[in-house]
Design a protein around this ligand. Structure first.
Ligand code: HEM
Length: 511
């Protein structure tokens, strides 16, 4: 069984899996040959000097590039002694598989401390993003049913499709204004609004009108709170939350009050849905009929309240985390996708041909439409290889593991570094080239597409995100030719997520 799974995930050029399998069969610490943890190559022996260099050179915003450089200099595994515990980074597919197999029943990753501090100071419950252990597992199983199962996907595809079509229709009108045929713009603010509108439709079952020239005050308040919460998270990651809270530091106050607005937005939705369900049940009671469960999808929130398996407090905690995780994560890869399709007209045309022929036979059904355009799915996969939203996935293995013949004790924080892995010629042939068709080849399958994380703790919103991005690109390709004035590589920076240093300007020409 073990050797079968190892063969399946074999690293294309390194061929490490055989030695991993042999080490595993030799006992918990991999036998006498395994070298000690302290022997792992590292980026500098003094943590304070490392931290000083990081601050001085502003390495945080280029952390992904720094990791890539460190792998090139130190090999496929290295330790970083910058702050607190030593971190092991690894990037070869077979090493990551080893880590994944030791993640245990309740996998754990690094906490986003400012978010956790907000819940603790405001006495709110935490949701699956912030919880650990058995509590995490109990909520996660219930959340999976609402957003991960294929039965759930077929329910939320139509609302996602509706928002994607509206986006394109409005963009079309903007292009056509004053008799034009094309328009060049930075689409990033529009994509942010698209992602938020789509998330609200799926999660709250509600359109909040962000495409309108004058969105409601409540929606404007909500969008600016979400932007403020995300913008203040990154600097807070590197500062001691407890001290900032004690000092009432403005940065912390801004962060916490932004979260408060997001929570009260969720609260209002919960009250609305709760009352709606109560009146539905009252009506059903007086008519003697049981409430109709076959109604159209009315949002994840309503489904959770209707089922009543999570308390309202836990529903609020989870739905708010989903909302916070849903916006930038999809809006930013869409910027990269538009850019790569625009600067690779041959690939754009190939994907468009598939999209057009799929659309012609899908009869307006979004599920059929996407099924008929596998190249579009691979386009999203390829974008996330080149520009992974989160540059690492972290785990604390529950047992000792051997990676690259080094012994890593249970409980060590280990990071699978997705950005250097996606850019490594050792892992992907022609790694610098945007080539969605690479995912059709059997040797590129397996443990290489990791942008959504892995195992039981993988991104719970991946089905929403994947379908949302595909549907928007689908309708954009049906409507517009994309082009860019410069085909230079896009420079990236790391904040909480990987994003363009300067958002690319894209020309949308009517087809
Ligand atoms: C392209 C878009 C996205 C990417 C690349 C992404 C990536 C990730 C990654 C890497 C993780 C950590 C997984 C792990 O530790 O194995 C994660 C967790 C999570 N994501 Fe996403 N995400 C995306 C979109 C979304 C969306 C749309 C939502 C909400 C609808 C969402 C909600 C969450 C939540 C709640 C978790 C925590 C899950 C848990 O700990 O059980 N994400 N995401």
């Amino acid at each position: 069984m073990l050797s079968a799974s190892v063969r399946q995930f074999v690293c294309p050029t390194r061929g490490l899996s055989v030695s991993v399998a042999r080490q595993r069969s030799e006992g918990p610490a991999g036998g006498p040959q395994a070298r000690g943890f302290e022997e792992i190559p590292h980026t500098g022996s003094n943590g304070y000097i490392n931290l000083f260099r990081f601050l001085k050179e502003d390495r945080f915003s280029s952390l992904h590039k720094y990791m890539e450089k460190s792998f090139n200099a130190l090999g496929p595994i290295y330790r970083y002694r910058g702050e607190g515990p030593a971190l092991g980074h690894c990037y070869a597919a077979s090493d990551i598989m080893e880590l994944f197999q030791a993640e245990g029943l309740n996998p754990q990753r690094m906490t986003v401390q400012p978010w956790a501090a907000h819940r603790e100071t405001r006495k709110h419950s935490k949701g699956i993003f912030l919880k650990n252990g058995a509590e995490w597992r109990a909520d996660r199983i219930l959340m999976n049913k609402e957003v991960m199962l294929s039965s759930a996907v077929s329910l939320f595809l139509p609302p996602l499709d509706e928002v994607a079509r509206d986006f394109c229709q409005i963009l079309r009108r903007r292009v056509e204004a004053e008799g034009r045929r094309s328009l060049t713009l930075d689409p990033s603010p529009d994509l942010f609004r698209f992602a938020l509108e789509a998330s609200c439709h799926v999660l709250y079952g509600e359109r909040i009108g962000l495409f309108s020239p004058s969105p409601s005050l409540e929606s404007q308040h909500f969008i600016s709170a979400l932007e403020r919460m995300l913008a203040t998270t990154t600097p807070l990651l590197y500062l001691p939350s407890k001290l900032l809270i004690t000092l009432h530091a403005p940065l912390w106050t801004q962060h916490a009050t932004a979260w408060d607005v997001i929570f009260s937005h969720a609260d209002a939705r919960i009250q609305k849905v709760y009352q709606k369900l109560q009146s539905k049940h009252r009506q059903a009671g007086s008519s003697g009929h049981s409430p109709d469960n076959q109604e159209a999808f009315s949002g994840v929130l309503e489904q959770l309240i209707e089922k009543g398996q999570l308390s309202l407090e836990l529903i609020k905690a989870n739905i708010t985390e989903l909302m916070a995780g849903a916006v930038d994560t999809t809006a930013v890869p869409l910027q990269f996708a538009l850019f790569e399709l625009a600067r690779n007209p041959g690939i754009q045309e190939m994907v468009r041909r598939q999209v057009q022929s799929s659309w012609a036979s899908a009869e307006g059904d979004p599920q059929k439409a996407l099924q008929g355009a596998p190249l579009l799915k691979n386009t999203v996969k390829e974008i996330l290889r080149m520009y992974p939203v989160g540059i690492t996935v972290q785990r604390y293995p529950v047992r000792d593991i051997i990676i690259q013949n080094y012994h890593i004790p249970a409980g060590t924080l280990v990071q699978a570094c997705l950005y250097p892995m996606g850019r490594s010629e050792d892992v992907f042939r022609e790694a610098g080239i945007f080539k969605p068709t690479r995912w059709e080849k059997s040797e590129q399958r397996g443990f290489l597409s990791l942008a959504f994380g892995f195992g039981a703790r993988q991104c719970v919103g991946r089905r929403i995100a994947d379908n949302e991005m595909q549907l928007l690109l689908f309708h954009i390709l049906l409507n517009f030719q994309l082009s860019v004035s410069s085909t230079d590589n896009i420079k990236t920076k790391y904040t909480l997520i990987l994003q363009p240093e300067t958002p690319p300007r894209i020309t949308f020409t009517l087809l």
